[in-house]
Write a protein that binds this ligand. Sequence first.
Ligand code: MTE
Length: 326
Amino acid sequence: MLIKRNSNGIDLPFASEITPRHVFESRRDFIRKLAVGSIAGGALLEMASREAFAASSTAQKLVAQPNPAYVVLDKQTSYKDATTYNNFYEFGTDKESPARYASAMKARPWTVSIEGEIKKPMTLDIDSLLKLAPLEERVYRLRCVEGWSMVIPWIGYSLSELIKKVEPNSNAKYVEFVTLADKEAMHGLNRAVLDWPYVEGLRIDEANHPLALLTLGMYGEVLPNQNGAPVRIVTPWKYGFKSAKSIVKIRFVKDQPRTAWNLAAPREYGFYSNVNPQVDHPRWSQASERRIGEDGLFTKKRPTLMFNGYSQVASLYTGMDLKKFF
Ligand code: MTE
């Protein structure tokens, strides 16, 4: 996300930071195109770089069944781009800082406490979460509110599997995700960019939609720290900031949760934040997006799709004015 300081010294999002890596990425794109020309196709190059990574990575592999019902066919973002161009403000506000500093966070042991308006409160460790339902690989588009997008093979299962286990009662209208706020490991907490911890939330029917993914891995491995290890949410029809990383608590509540970005700038970041090309951010258009990895100097932006292309969620919002509830 984007920040600036107002006169009170509070950090706020700032539009001119939208493309800080533009020049760098154009150069990388140029180099990539050169390489593709001499190899025989982008797919081959992509495979080669995945294999190179696999050869050097010591990350724990995760076996997951690909779920063809949830695979977008767009070219996948390279592992390198997906793990070095991140938003994780607890580790700093620029895109490179999470990859640089997130190793200070210990993703194991880790527990997630599940509480609130449920019949079966519980605390689960990561091994229990890994075993709670069969792991699936799903290739989702993720569209950031800043105007860029990626295509990532995530690993996890529908959040609804977990919701079923804890048996929400009739007061459970919303689900709140509270993420780690560890001052020792996360130097970003020393800046008042947001009211820490980072909190996000969904309406209970959104949380129960099969697309909402409780995510434990990506690219065949456990989540890298900078991508929200060991457990995060991915809601691909919403702007990326709804996808809370490194979750420590899941609370079922009666009232709409007070979420971090909505609290920081309510006119700019709504509770729903469904991807919607017709509702611009107050300071920039949301009609198109830059796909990370294909943003060369002359590459056209892609048109942004309603619900990021996930039209199956439309019925969740029947009768709602999505301009008002942005
Ligand atoms: N979760 C936490 N805890 N802290 C954050 O700063 N940033 C959000 C979201 N989840 C964020 C977070 C934003 S703005 C985006 S776009 C996505 O994570 C980015 O996820 P990625 O880095 O895996 O692509």
